[in-house]
Ligand binder design. Structure first.
Ligand code: GUN
Length: 284
């Protein structure tokens, strides 16, 4: 029987601490302020943006949403980023992805000031992450590392296998796990014989976005299984892992919902506070 890693409870615990940090900042006259730019009408993005706003408000962070039409020109998005970069009351900026096809995402992300890059997706912050000189950590990857630490998982010398090579989750998580001396493999949907690798995993992370991708025959007895997938199947939210059959083999496993999802939003807020402190010369 796998121990359930309760991301929701852990996120709530962290949020209580974060609230106190926000109160301290406010007592010094500092209002943490975070801007989300959402271009177009992707329905999942709208849900994410709303969830973030609720969470921000509950910990005392101001979140402003710039909801732009899907026809917004790249030039206008860049001009908005320039304006927010220059605004001293703004501590964090993120551009919700995916963006419409006519937008060059790399050009847009590169325009964000690295000092305000809450997502850690600007080239200099990605570079700093791989140099083990982090300025900011992508929230989902940071949340997973903190969850493992919270449950006493030591990565030193472990085989960590990550399915998914995204800039948002797979790659930064690989960097953070490597830094803890795990032996890291990054797989993806074009990998041949996924199970040859996954069966070697002490820690298996699936962030591929495919329901029922990870089945019990792919998982070693006693593995720790982290499910980052968010998939909608017949009106239900499910992860990438066939939970019912994998859970008995795992030593620890995250559920969907209530596992990694709540951590993503919580740790995004933690990055906002980190950047707010830095902008005000407050040491951590
Ligand atoms: N869309 C889904 N997840 C994310 C994320 O972590 N960052 C950004 N910018 N867009 C997303």
């Amino acid at each position: 029987m796998g121990k359930i890693l309760d991301g929701k409870a852990f996120a709530n615990l962290r949020a209580e601490k974060l609230k106190k940090q926000v109160e301290k900042l406010k007592a010094q006259g500092i209002e943490p302020y975070f801007c989300v730019i959402n271009i177009g009408d992707n329905s999942a993005s709208k849900v994410y943006v709303r969830t973030k706003k609720r969470r921000a408000e509950s910990v005392g962070i101001i979140q402003k949403i710039y909801q732009l039409p899907k026809t917004e020109s790249e030039e206008d998005v860049l001009a908005l980023i320039d304006k927010l970069n220059a605004d001293p009351k703004v501590h964090g900026i993120m551009v919700q992805l995916p963006a419409p096809e006519h937008i060059n995402v790399n050009r847009v992300l590169e325009r964000i000031s690295p000092e305000k890059d809450v997502d850690g997706l600007t080239p200099s912050n990605i570079g700093r992450l791989w140099q083990e000189n982090h300025f900011v950590e992508p929230a989902t990857a940071d949340g997973i590392m903190a969850l493992l630490d919270h449950y006493g998982v030591d990565l030193e010398g472990k085989n960590a296998v990550i399915i998914g090579r995204s800039n948002i989750v797979g790659k930064p998580l690989a960097a953070l796990m490597l830094e803890k001396n795990a032996t890291v493999s990054i797989l993806h949907l074009a990998t041949k014989n996924l199970s040859e690798y996954t069966k070697m995993a002490d820690i298996l992370v699936s962030a591929a976005g495919q329901a029922n991708l990870v089945t019990k025959d792919m998982v070693k007895d006693g593995a720790i299984v982290i499910d980052v997938g968010i998939n909608h199947v017949n009106g239900h939210l499910v992860g990438d892992v066939a939970f019912d059959e994998v859970e008995p083999k795992a030593s620890m496993i995250t559920p969907v919902p209530g596992g990694v999802g709540p951590l993503t939003v919580e740790f995004l807020m933690e990055q906002v506070i980190k950047l707010t402190r830095r902008a005000n010369g407050i040491r951590e």
